[in-house]
Design a protein around this ligand. Structure first.
Ligand SMILES: [Zn+2]
Length: 146
């Protein structure tokens, strides 16, 4: 009997870790994005960035939820404090932010969403459009930063 209780507790803890760290979820609009962990452990920053987007730019937020499946926090291609989108990796964007850089993570998410849309629409990658998109996020969300 004791074993079963321990097992249930362990499963509950694992499930809590899984849902609170590995996934960003918003049940109100059926949003579920996996956040792939890297050594930066910036999952909480990514989540805070998503919440900032939700309240500051709800339409953009809904687009992120609809199109992005995985936010990978690896620094692989964008370098530190950057991001990237690789053609062919549908729904996966790379976002590298320091812990606590909420506004930056929101802006990079939107920048990479822009590239994802360019690819979906069969357009060439164009940086100016995507920098303009993340500029809007910086100016619109600045008021939310503590
Ligand atoms: Zn870019």
């Amino acid at each position: 009997m004791k074993r079963i209780v321990y097992l249930v507790i362990i499963l509950l803890v694992l499930n809590y870790v899984r849902t609170s760290f590995i996934y960003y979820k918003d049940p109100f609009i059926d949003c579920k994005i996996r956040i792939a962990t890297s050594f930066e452990f910036s999952n909480k920053t990514i989540k805070a960035g998503m919440r900032a987007l939700k309240f500051g730019q709800p339409e953009v937020y809904k687009e992120v939820c609809a199109k992005v499946k995985i936010i990978d926090t690896a620094t692989a291609c964008g370098g530190f404090g950057g991001g990237c989108y690789r053609p062919g990796t549908e729904g996966r964007i790379y976002v590298s932010t320091a812990q606590g850089a909420v506004l930056e993570s929101a802006a990079i998410i939107v920048h990479e969403l822009c590239h994802l849309k360019q690819q979906e629409e069969g357009r060439p990658f164009e940086e100016n459009e995507c920098y303009a998109a993340d500029d809007v996020i910086f100016s619109e969300l600045a008021q939310f930063e503590p």
